[in-house]
Design a protein around this ligand. Structure first.
Ligand code: FMN
Length: 371
């Protein structure tokens, strides 16, 4: 039996049932149907993201990405068809040869338009697509049009809700994940759920560490009052240090305002702290220094685990070194116990805009000897 969603299109949105929305949101590939001026149907597989709030489905975005294409984005048949006739359908389906009880499909009918890069909504569309597909973070979507669909109806059939799905996290190829991690400095205000933050810190906990002692802990800051206390405390030190560098007052003020803004507007701040209390103690200075260096190396490994786990979740991060220059001040501002030494500040959230990526040295330049 085919089920229809409540059509709220007069008010600009359709209201799919919860399992319809989940099926649509968790689907990875769909088929987009457009029609030419001569009424010839055209069908292509697409990656897509469904956007809405409070149970409504307001928009679908489809990137015209860099996957092998023979013509420029504007020349694609689907784009020319939409220009002539905005009526489109998008089909998401599940087929299982071993279990026909799991078969299901969902179709969204709607009206499509092309969002050009200068359109204010283009950035929102690209951010939404990149949150769903980490592969898109390595592609220059910012310069390419996006298809935007306003749904007018949702119809579905079969066993949409499938308990076995979702239980197993979707695997992202490692090469994709490692490139998806990037340093972001400006974030959207959307809060990050606590369960996700805990999941990322659990991933940090799986880092290698000297004697397996895990010489690090994490302070998580979300409340505005706590971030302000931190920004105020670090601001005084920054001002003094930048002045020491001989920078003029206007430059100091501008840099300070930028850093302060980063602290106040990022949804979640994580302060990784070195915690050497459980480490071995040596009578000689050399081994003691090596022990502490190992702890710092391990802290870096734990942070990288956290950053990669965030990227796997479609989240972005930014690494700020500021606490390293005033650990006692940060510890006091956050009321942390004396054994903790704040070493960094990790911004966590969803990127407000794509950062510029730095080129990487090729392996030949990184490997100094391969004997
Ligand atoms: C130890 C460490 C400290 C860093 N400190 C800062 C910082 O204070 N501010 C900042 O904007 N980025 C900081 N970064 C981020 C680097 O600038 C960034 O990783 C680098 O430019 C490469 O860009 P990518 O992370 O996007 O690949 C830091 C990175 C590391 C590993």
């Amino acid at each position: 039996m085919v089920t229809e969603a409540t059509d709220d299109s007069a008010r600009g949105a359709v209201r799919p049932r919860a399992e319809q929305l989940t099926f649509l949101r968790t689907g990875r590939v769909a088929h987009l149907a457009t029609v030419s001026g001569e009424n010839t149907p055209h069908l292509v597989p697409v990656c897509y993201e469904a956007v809405g709030a409070d149970g409504a489905l307001t928009t679908l975005y489809i990137a015209l990405d860099e996957k092998r294409k023979r013509v420029a984005p504007g020349e694609l048949r689907r784009v020319r068809n939409i220009a002539g006739n905005p009526a489109v359908s998008l089909l998401v389906d599940r087929y299982d040869d071993g279990d026909w009880d799991r078969l299901a499909f969902l179709r969204v009918d709607g009206r499509a338009m092309i969002l050009e890069p200068h359109d204010p909504e283009h950035g929102v569309a690209v951010a939404a697509l990149r949150a769903k597909y980490p592969q898109y973070r390595a592609m220059a979507l910012g310069e390419r049009p996006v298809i935007r669909i306003t749904p007018t109806a949702v119809r579905s059939w079969g066993a949409l809700a499938d308990e076995s799905e979702g239980a197993v996290p979707r695997a992202i190829p490692f090469a994709t994940l490692v490139r998806a991690r990037r340093s972001v400095r400006r974030f959207r205000p959307d809060p990050v759920p606590r369960a996700i933050v805990e999941e990322l810190i659990a991933a940090a906990g799986w880092a290698p560490s000297p004697h397996g002692r895990q010489p690090w802990r994490f302070a998580v800051i979300t409340r505005p009052a706590a971030r302000e206390a931190l920004a105020d405390a670090m601001g005084a030190t920054w001002t003094a240090q930048l002045a020491l560098d001989g920078q003029d007052r206007a430059t100091v003020a501008a840099r300070l305002a930028g850093s302060r803004q980063r602290l106040l507007t990022t949804p979640t701040l994580i302060i990784p702290c070195l915690y050497t209390v459980d480490l071995d103690r040596y009578p000689d200075a050399d081994r003691q220094v090596a022990e502490e260096t190992m702890a710092v190396q391990s802290l870096g490994a734990a942070i990288q685990n956290l950053l990669l786990a965030a990227a796997a979740r479609g989240l972005d991060t930014g690494w700020m070194c500021a606490p390293l220059f005033c650990p006692e001040i940060v510890r006091d501002a956050l009321d942390l116990v004396p054994g903790l030494v704040p070493h960094a500040l990790i911004q966590l959230g969803w990127a407000a805009q794509d950062p510029r990526r730095r080129e990487r040295l090729p392996p030949e330049a990184l490997i100094v000897k391969y004997d």
